[in-house]
Design a protein around this ligand. Structure first.
Ligand code: GLN
Length: 242
């Protein structure tokens, strides 16, 4: 399982997800504490954030371990946004290690990350010709293609994630489908086979959502299995069953 994290609130630098908190994604890339599958997340990483200079988010992704990118620390210090998303990857066996297989996936204003694995066959009837639409043969890229088709059909972030996860999960009972997505104004995440936590950060003014806690300050809440977490533009958090 990979690890992912997102922020919605006051403007913060990307370092707030990566190396500023003690157990940020940098630490989680080599020493995750709640990871159920895989020990290390060294098959690449990606970050995405929103800036008023562009309608779409800015994305940066690599196939190298996050700790080995010497350019990232400075970039993460100056990339500041009200909405951030980042992921470190542990490729599922048989999946390619390439940039196009690395989260976050993006289309329009949306960013998406997948923790888990799913049989691509289980996704096949979630959209016409997903194999051609997906950026990569990686299962996560197929999931992204299925989610983005729903974006085009007018579904919102939560609706798109809920539909893809519940339909794919029904077809593949062994699937693990923890998704985390942003559209620049809100966040949505699913819990389906792995852990997910959120933290209302009064000090900084916003909400952190992550596969596992980024720090040991009190206030992290675990999201129950098989549910959908929604963070609204005002910072309100709702959890509903899937
Ligand atoms: N299956 C996805 C991939 O290979 C996600 C992997 C994971 O969560 N470890 O990228």
């Amino acid at each position: 399982m990979c690890r992912h994290a997102a922020w919605l609130g006051t403007r913060q630098p990307l370092t707030s997800l990566i190396d500023e908190p003690e157990h940020g994604l940098l630490k989680q890339s080599y020493a995750p504490r709640h990871q159920r599958h895989g020990m290390i997340n060294a098959d690449g990483f990606g970050v995405g954030w929103y800036n008023e200079a562009r309608a779409e988010p800015v994305r940066y992704r690599r196939t190298v371990p996050i700790w080995s990118d010497a350019n990232l620390p400075a970039l993460a210090q100056v990339a500041r946004s009200h909405c951030l998303l980042a992921a470190v990857r542990s490729a599922t066996a048989g999946m390619p290690i390439e940039e196009t297989a690395t989260a976050p996936f993006t289309e329009g204003t949306w960013l998406l990350s997948h923790n888990g694995r799913v049989a691509r066959d289980a996704l096949a009837d979630l959209g016409e010709d997903l194999a051609a639409r997906a950026e990569s043969t990686c299962d996560a890229a197929w999931v992204a293609a299925a989610v983005f088709l729903r974006r085009r059909a007018g579904l919102d972030l939560g609706e798109a994630l809920a539909e893809v996860v519940s339909r794919a999960g029904e077809k593949d009972p062994a699937a693990r489908l923890n998704l985390l997505a942003a559209d620049g104004a809100s966040l949505a995440a699913t819990v389906w086979g792995d852990t997910l936590f959120f933290h209302l950060d009064d000090r900084s003014g916003g909400v952190l959502v992550a596969s596992e806690p980024l720090h040991d300050r009190p206030g992290w809440q675990a999201v129950p299995a098989r549910s959908l977490l929604l963070v609204s533009p005002g910072g309100g958090v709702r959890v509903q069953p899937l």
